[in-house]
Design a protein around this ligand. Structure first.
Ligand SMILES: NC(=O)c1ccc[n+]([C@@H]2O[C@H](COP(=O)([O-])OP(=O)(O)OC[C@H]3O[C@@H](n4cnc5c(N)ncnc54)[C@H](O)[C@@H]3O)[C@@H](O)[C@H]2O)c1
Length: 354
């Protein structure tokens, strides 16, 4: 007996996500999913997909035709960003489950339309915010929850590189730009890492190295009502990179340069800090700038290994459990709408002309 009842996928968009990412991830799900159809405006791409992943796959150049295919249970919407909302709603209306690539929408209005459709077809829509399952992000959240770093007051998130990029993701008219591209992932992380409603947002977008007209460098600062600051930067124009994560608490800090290791320095949780009062008078001569008490620092570097053992591709297993076993999917439409709402606020607040 087969251990799983495979969910039959119709893929829309045989590109970098649809050809080079999703099938590789699906292979890891050990039979939970199978591609039974694919659709692309270029038939050669469908031919190549079928040749590589399933020779009996049905091939379409018309999305509407693929939606009529009774074999397709779930449509994976992996076409360019401007079509995500419309294609997802169409697939829901055709009675399919839908896996919607990020960005789920380019405007808040669109996101709200998608939300309305998801309410009409409950349990059918799944948002591909796959970086929610990034091991390093999850490990850091576990360390924050453990309390060893104390009260977290600031987090820096970086995704930096330098690329003279020239594809549609650099063109405004095609829905490109770093904010639509990497933005949904890191804004989603930011909103969760804030652990509080957003009080203030500041943003700046720039085009640096990419050759299109859309931004390839962005800086966003979120301040939470809890006083925590998230400082995020995504750049295709930064020739020297910074650590991907830096987390600062009032008893210690951690850094991950590369998402493989976590370097931590924190005061031993056993140490109770003395109740020291600040003194107005001038310190005695020859005392220097020393700490008034000895701090028992713990310094260590550990591999990234969240206790959940999660990986970005686990989003597929979560989707399988939701569809076949009625388990709640961990990413909600309201969270997706919040990401689009802040993406729009960041864009408008930056003054970057689009
Ligand atoms: N979640 C992630 O980690 C992740 C990673 C990469 C890309 N993405 C998202 O996936 C989407 C696609 O990105 P990409 O880099 O794969 O783009 P791409 O250009 O490589 O692929 C898009 C494909 O869609 C096809 N296409 C275009 N219009 C179509 C239509 N109307 N009907 C059918 N096919 C059509 C194109 O021919 C192309 O093959 C983007 O929105 C991007 O944000 C997500």
């Amino acid at each position: 007996m087969k251990p799983f009842n495979p969910i039959k996928i119709g893929l829309a968009g045989v590109g970098r996500a649809g050809y080079s990412m999703q099938p590789i991830e699906v292979e890891k799900t050990e039979g939970r999913f199978e591609f039974v159809a694919c659709c692309d405006t270029e038939m050669e791409r469908c031919d190549k997909f079928a040749e590589k992943f399933n020779k009996s796959c049905n091939k379409y150049t018309s999305y509407d035709e693929m939606l009529k295919d009774p074999e397709v249970e779930l449509v994976s919407v992996a076409v360019r960003s401007p079509e995500h909302t419309e294609y997802s709603i169409k697939a829901l209306q055709a009675g399919k489950y839908v896996f919607c690539e990020k960005p789920i929408a380019l405007t808040l209005d669109e996101a709200l339309k998608l939300k309305a459709a998801s309410k009409k077809y409950p349990g059918k829509l799944f948002l591909r915010h796959n970086r929610r399952f990034e091991p390093c992000y999850n490990h850091i959240r576990e360390i924050m929850d453990s309390g060893i770093l104390g009260n977290i007051f600031q987090i820096r998130l970086r995704r930096n590189s330098y690329q003279r990029r020239d594809d549609w993701q650099t063109l405004i008219e095609c829905g490109g730009g770093m904010l639509n591209n990497w933005g949904p992932h890191i804004i989603d992380h930011s909103l969760h890492l804030l652990e509080s409603p957003v009080k203030k947002v500041w943003s700046r977008l720039r085009r640096v190295a990419a050759v299109g007209d859309a931004e390839d460098h962005l800086t966003v600062i979120f301040e939470g009502e809890n006083g925590r600051l998230i400082d995020m930067e995504i750049s295709g124009g930064a020739a020297i990179t910074e650590p991907i994560y830096q987390v600062y608490g009032d008893r210690g800090a951690l850094v991950s340069q590369d998402e493989k290791e976590l370097k931590m320095r924190y005061i031993d949780p056993e140490q109770k800090l003395q109740d020291i009062k600040a003194k107005k008078e001038s310190p005695p001569l020859d005392t220097g700038f020393r700490n008034p008490e000895k701090l028992d620092w713990i310094e260590k570097t550990i591999p990234v290994e969240p206790s959940s053992k999660c990986e970005t591709w686990h989003i597929w297993n979560h989707m399988y459990d939701a569809i076949r076993n009625g388990v709640t999917f961990p990413i909600t439409i309201d969270e997706g709408v919040e990401v689009v709402k802040y993406t729009e606020m960041v864009r408008k607040g930056s003054g970057f002309e689009r």
